[in-house]
Design a protein around this ligand. Structure first.
Ligand code: MN3
Length: 214
């Protein structure tokens, strides 16, 4: 299966840290360079190596004696780290120094059908960002069954996610995404994120995956 969504997050049989689409300071003042650098070089990188490790463990376990508890733990590790890797790949693409601040065409129309209007979507998305308890993500995705845009408040990197959902656009509300710069003021960070919100990738991904079924 081709993975169109994250072409730079996988190479030569391993998950890899994708190239950031901009410089560390490019999203200032909304996201400062230090926060972005640590988030990318340490947090995202740790999910990449965790996902590779879990895959490696799975292969090793497949060759040995069955150990159900270890297998279950490894699948949980994989879901957590691979979820983290995929979501961070998308997070970097959900922001831009020169954002396309509104979607056009098919995605815009589909968002209006799902949420009433673009403004309705943004209101709900912001609410999700603020209401997630602890660590998680607000996600705009496409339900593969209906090809409709749907919203999810994901806990950690993998919980509360519909199996049919392909994420299009995400906001990371783990404290590591904002605490250095905004401390406990998550709403200020979310407003900064929304000021940098870029629809280009979400639009491309929606057009590539949802349109043929419309
Ligand atoms: Mn993060």
């Amino acid at each position: 299966m081709n993975c169109h969504c994250h072409p730079h997050g996988f190479a030569e049989g391993h998950y890899v840290l994708p190239q950031l689409p901009y410089e560390f300071e490019a999203l200032e003042p909304e996201i400062d360079a230090q926060t972005l650098r640590i988030h990318y070089e340490r947090h995202h990188a740790a999910y990449v190596s965790g996902a590779n490790q879990a895959m490696e463990q799975m292969r090793t376990m497949g060759k040995g004696e069955a150990n159900c508890a270890a297998a279950a733990a490894t699948t949980r590790d994989l879901a957590f780290h691979l979820g983290g890797h995929i979501l961070h790949c998308l997070y970097w693409k959900s922001m831009s120094p020169t954002p396309k601040s509104e979607p056009e065409g098919a995605l815009r129309e589909a968002i209006a059908r799902s949420f009433g209007s673009l403004e309705g979507f943004l209101k709900l998305f912001r609410c999700l960002c603020l209401s997630i308890q602890g660590s998680g993500w607000a996600v705009l995705g496409v339900d593969a069954l209906s090809c409709r845009p749907v919203l999810a408040a994901m806990e950690k990197h993998q919980d509360a996610l519909s199996p049919s959902m392909r994420p299009l656009l995400v906001c990371d509300v783990w404290e590591h995404a904002y605490y250095l710069q905004y401390q406990n003021k998550r709403a200020d960070y979310v407003d900064g994120f929304l000021a940098r919100l870029d629809w280009s990738h979400a639009e491309k991904s929606f057009n590539a995956h949802a349109l043929p079924h419309e």
